[in-house]
Design a protein around this ligand. Structure first.
Ligand code: FAD
Length: 470
């Protein structure tokens, strides 16, 4: 087992990596590009208010396995439970809403501000004497053969490079997010396949003040064919909202300034009812919009010296609310591969190899599901077929649990079932439902045919049944 672990990035995934390694008695050093988030002067990620994230079962279980129960309680206390999706629309005369519970067994997603979560994890790290966190330190170079990393202290301006530090390690963990520099260096040592897709989906954040009258236990959704507006509750009773749309829509709205007209036409009731027109306009002018991307790579490791986790290994679109949860779960899976006590007899290289082999197919599945859910959130949830399938699967889940049926959403968000297993189950259940519906349709057609024949048979003007079949 490595005795000294260096972690690049103190985001939520890097901070949890630190807790796992510290708990196992390793000497941990974490290097973070930005300042300590807990300081009022720190610039948050993306330069706007930090995003709201939904923590679900995988993320929560991974936090629990860090062994810091009080930390997990503290984090959960900062969350808002969300039990349902509320779809907003308008008919000819009035605004409409329809509430759809996420889960028949009343499980909830837990919404938390990213910065709050990150701060709690950093706070948890500070209780370990074997952990040191270096803020304003940027990974500059990495030699994975000699196991030496170079970090630049960005708080010190020095033309002579006196602000550059060489650090030795046994294992380096790249938790430096979607634009990972660790991943770049890893690619120089191993045949790293990287698939990075930029999607024509951008997001922009808006704040909804108190006084909205919306239920706080819902994710509110205003779906449209090609874009959507969502609102997630904050602990303070406000909402943090996101507009997701293509770049051309954002560009035309920025140039025309017709954001209020756009909202009037497509997101009924939002303005001026929930956000004043002045505020909506002001926020849109002030806040930037950001692209979403999908990153997949393999392998996640090199020899026994480097491993990628979180967005550095697999960034995904946020529509299944699983990016962070998958990143946190990486640690649990990795710890299981390495042996929970850290005393596995297998060489580290073989264990990291096992980790890549085990994790990569699961991550591939959730990246795909997250992309698919963008369509589902805008159109799918409104279709009859979606509602009927949900009703059947939830009824079986509740009343015939021995069959093991559940919705895809339940298995992804409220269990820790492997994503590949979820996909297999969904396919199997879908096939059974298709066969069942074909059989029901065939049965109904035969029944209709027989009834018609019977009616015709009772009419003396037409041949009787035996005559037809004679
Ligand atoms: C709009 C939106 C909504 C989302 N909603 C959800 C959701 O509801 N649920 C969910 O599970 N996920 C959600 N996600 C995804 C989630 O935000 C990410 O998966 C998660 O933040 C990844 O955490 P991370 O620690 O791996 O990376 P990051 O959060 O990106 O943290 C990386 C850290 O590394 C540091 N760093 C970067 N480069 C260097 C360097 N060279 N040297 C040192 N440090 C460095 C950065 O400063 C940062 O602190 C959402 C994402 C978006 C954009």
């Amino acid at each position: 087992m490595p005795s000294k672990v260096v972690i690049v990035g103190a985001g939520p995934v890097g901070a949890l990596a630190g807790l796992y390694a510290a708990q196992r008695g390793m000497d941990v050093e974490i290097y973070e590009l930005r300042d300590d988030l807990r300081l009022s002067t720190a610039v948050p990620l993306n330069y706007t208010k930090s995003i709201n994230l939904t923590l679900s079962e995988r993320g929560i279980q991974a936090l629990k396995h860090s062994g810091r129960n009080s930390l997990v309680d503290d984090i959960l206390n900062k969350t808002v439970p969300v039990h349902a999706r509320m779809v907003h629309g308008k008919n000819k005369t009035k605004l409409t809403t329809s509430r759809m519970a996420y889960d028949i067994k009343k499980e909830a997603l837990h919404v938390i501000d990213r910065a709050q979560l990150n701060k709690s994890l950093l706070h948890g790290l500070s209780s370990f004497p074997n952990v040191r966190v270096f803020y304003n330190h940027k990974l500059a170079s990495l030699n994975l053969k000699e196991k030496v990393a170079t970090f630049k202290d960005t708080s010190v301006k020095d033309a002579e490079d006196n602000n550059v530090h060489k650090v030795n390690f046994d294992l380096i963990i790249g938790a430096d997010g979607a634009y990972s520099v660790t991943r770049y260096h890893l690619s120089r040592y191993t045949k790293l396949s990287i698939n990075q897709s930029w999607l024509d989906i951008y997001w922009c954040e808006f704040a909804m003040p108190k006084g909205h009258g919306l239920p706080l236990d819902c994710l509110h959704l205003w779906p449209q064919k090609d874009f959507m507006f969502i609102a997630l509750p904050d602990k303070e009773g406000t909402f943090t909202c996101n507009l997701f749309a293509s770049e051309s829509i954002f560009k035309s709205l920025k140039s025309s300034g017709k954001i209020v007209e756009f909202f009037h036409e497509h997101f009924p009731g939002v303005t001026p009812g929930l956000i004043t027109t002045e505020s909506l306009q002001g926020q849109f002018l002030k806040n930037n919009y950001f692209p979403l991307m999908d990153i997949r790579c393999s392998p996640y490791h090199y020899g026994d010296s480097c491993v990628l986790v979180g967005d550095a290994a697999h960034a995904m679109v946020p529509f299944y609310g699983q990016g962070l949860n998958t990143g946190l779960e990486d640690h649990y899976i990795k710890a299981a591969a390495l042996g929970s006590t850290g005393s596995s007899a297998e060489p580290m290289e073989a264990l990291l190899q096992q980790y890549t082999q085990f994790r990569q197919p699961d991550v591939h599945v959730i990246n795909n599901l997250a992309l698919k859910n963008y369509h589902e959130m805008r159109r799918g949830v409104l279709t009859i077929s979606y509602k009927v399938r949900k009703l059947i699967e939830e009824t079986l889940c509740l009343y015939v649990p021995q069959l093991g049926w559940a919705t895809q959403y339940r298995n992804v968000a409220f269990t820790t079932m492997r994503y590949t297993e979820v996909a297999e189950k969904v396919e199997k259940q879908g096939l059974i439902l298709q066969i069942a519906s074909v059989m029901i349709f065939a049965f109904m057609a035969i029944a209709f045919f027989w009834v018609t024949l019977l009616v015709l048979g009772s009419n003396p003007a037409v041949p009787s049944l035996p005559m037809i079949f004679a």
